[in-house]
Structure formats: structure tokens, C-alpha cells
Write a protein that binds this ligand. Structure first.
Ligand code: G1P
Length: 317
């Protein structure tokens, strides 16, 4: 019998096994909802936003996930743990569907938590993962960026990292009027469709100074070399240690590539986009979609007819 030994990796085993999910932000944009509830726990249909992120990592084969949390984030730990009494109550009732829904988060991966302590920025949050990650490449997934579950962006990034080595960031072309909200990448073609070499990075460039329309969206596959650079990265924009600034150091050495994403991405950190996310994902759900979509069409046509649709909310079953 062959013992399951992670050191005896087969040729097809992915090199990247670990993911880091920074989740220490205060969520001020969603106050008062986030006064006592972490923003990562806000529901998107019927799952907290962070569960989609963990499911995405697990779907890409990452089975070790480190959450970098802060104070008031206990609900995240509880969500990815067993809920003994709840599970027993559902088991006694024979409600296997809900029992699975309750158990699933804890079964997705081996989930660890550490606290950032001082909120010194995204770069600092990633640096907090250094000891856990060790000297191996790893993924970083930001909770505010939700990639549609039907997309395979992270798998593509892992595959690009295998071939190009170094670090890989996800890029998306955005309206130039929006680029100041993101890290922005100067890029050079590689000759491969959808893959670029990143020649420079700037965090949230001031109007008119962005080197391109390529925004860094919250998915990264990082070489462990980033830790040493982060350890020496001074505070940048907003007085925080920026991951973008550390990656700029690596990009200057020619070791950062970008995967250009053209699929569905939602920014659940923004109120209007959060609402769009809930609607889009609800429409795509086989159990809710048909009925909800029917109601939505009626609602929208009511709005177009002069706003009478507002009342439909009260009529809905
Ligand atoms: C962070 C990063 C930024 C990136 C963005 C993607 O910014 O610092 O480079 O473009 O996530 O969502 P934040 O939105 O946390 O301010």
C-alpha cells in the first residue's frame, strides 16, 4: 500500500498547494451591516462571500488555506468549523440537504487562521503568511473580488506559473476612469494569447498617470521571493505596506507575468456591484433562478412603465 505522503508528489501534482486569503479589513463601506459582522460574511444569495473564494481555491486544487484575519472576525473561524449542535439537530430531523450545506465549508480544505494584529496593509497581511507558507509558491485571493464560479481563472494562473515560474497576477482591462481604484500594470506581450509580461506596477495611480488600462484584480500566484521584498517594502499609498509595491520590485527583475481575464468578476466590496452579484448569481441558480428571473423581468418592465414595480416587492410570495 502506498502511504499518502505529500513529499512524494507525483509528476502531475500541482506545485502550488497553499492559498492565503486576507480578511482583516474593517468593511467600513458596508456599515452598519459590518458593525458586528465581518464584511466577508455578508451573504451572496445564501453563502457568505468568503465561501465562494474558498470554493474557488479548492476547485483549483489548493487544499491548504490560510485566512489572515483581525479582531471581530470570529464568525469566519466558526463558519469554516464544525457546528456540532446544529449538525446534530439537522441529522436528527433527517434534513440531509441542510446538513451538507452546514458541513461543506469545513470540508473544502484544510483551513487555518492567523491574525494580522496591526492593520498595516495588504502587503503586510501577505507577509504575515510567511511562516505558514514557507519557501513555496502560493496563491493569494482577495475576498472583495468574486470570480464567477463558472470561470477557471485561478487554474489558468497556476498553469502559467508552472511554465513561466516567478509570480503571476490576474489583470482585467477597465475603463480608464476606473483605473485609479486598482493596482495598474504596464505590460509587454509574450506572444501567447492572454498572457503578458508585467514590466511595472503602480498602486492606484492618480488620474492621467496610469501606464495602461490593465487593473490588477484580486488573484495572485506568488513566488516566495515576494516575502523578502515585502519585509523591506516601506509604507506606500494610504500609508500602508502595498503588495503592488513589492510586486513592482519583482516586475522590474522580469519575473512577473499577467493573465488577462475577460470573464465575470464582481466587486462585492462595492454596494452597487454587491447587489449586481447577488442578482446575477441568484439568476444562475437552478433552484432559484427560473422563478427569480421571472419576477425580475416583471419588476424591470414595471420600472420601465413608470415605477409601479416598486409595489411588486410586497406582492411577491
Ligand atoms: C487591492 C490591491 C489593488 C488591487 C485591488 C483589487 O486594493 O491593493 O492593487 O487592484 O485590491 O481588488 P483594495 O481594493 O483592497 O483597496
Amino acid at each position: 500500500m502506498i502511504a499518502p505522503d505529500s513529499t512524494a508528489a507525483s509528476a502531475s501534482a500541482p506545485t502550488v498547494r497553499k492559498a492565503v486569503v486576507p480578511a482583516a479589513g474593517l468593511g467600513t463601506r458596508f456599515l452598519p451591516a459590518t458593525k458586528a459582522t465581518p464584511k466577508e460574511m455578508l451573504p451572496v444569495v445564501d453563502k457568505p462571500a468568503i465561501q465562494y473564494v474558498v470554493e474557488e481555491a479548492a476547485a483549483a486544487g489548493l487544499d491548504d488555506i490560510l485566512m489572515v484575519t483581525g479582531r471581530h472576525k470570529r464568525a469566519i473561524e466558526d463558519h469554516f468549523d464544525h457546528a456540532f449542535e446544529l449538525e446534530q439537530a439537522l441529522a436528527t430531523k433527517g434534513d440531509t440537504v441542510r446538513l451538507d450545506a452546514v458541513r461543506d465549508p469545513a470540508r473544502l480544505a484544510d483551513i487555518h487562521h492567523i491574525r494580522q494584529g496591526d492593520p498595516l496593509g495588504l502587503g503586510h497581511a501577505v507577509l504575515c503568511a510567511r511562516h505558514h507558507v514557507g519557501n513555496q509558491p502560493f496563491a493569494v485571493l482577495l475576498g472583495d473580488d468574486l470570480i464567477d464560479p463558472r470561470e477557471t481563472l485561478l487554474s489558468r494562473m497556476l498553469e502559467v506559473r508552472e511554465r513561466y515560474r516567478g509570480s503571476v497576477v490576474a489583470l482585467m482591462e477597465v475603463d480608464p476612469a476606473q483605473i485609479h481604484l486598482y493596482g495598474c500594470a504596464a505590460v509587454h506581450p509574450t506572444g501567447e494569447e492572454g498572457v503578458v509580461r508585467v514590466t511595472g506596477l503602480v498602486e492606484k495611480p492618480a488620474a492621467g498617470t496610469a501606464p495602461s488600462r490593465y487593473a490588477v484584480i484580486g488573484r495572485y500566484v506568488l513566488d516566495p521571493a515576494v516575502f523578502e521584498v515585502l519585509a523591506h517594502t516601506p509604507p506606500g499609498r494610504s500609508g500602508e505596506i502595498q503588495l503592488t509595491d513589492a510586486l513592482q520590485g519583482l516586475a522590474a527583475a522580469g519575473t512577473v507575468h499577467g493573465v488577462v481575464f475577460t470573464g465575470l468578476r464582481y466587486d462585492t466590496g462595492d454596494k452597487a456591484d454587491y447587489l449586481r452579484t447577488v442578482v446575477r448569481l441568484a439568476c444562475a441558480r437552478p433552484d432559484l433562478g427560473p422563478e427569480f428571473t421571472g419576477w425580475l423581468k416583471e419588476f424591470v418592465s414595471g420600472l420601465e412603465d413608470g415605477g409601479t414595480a416598486v409595489g411588486q416587492g410586497h406582492r411577491a410570495a
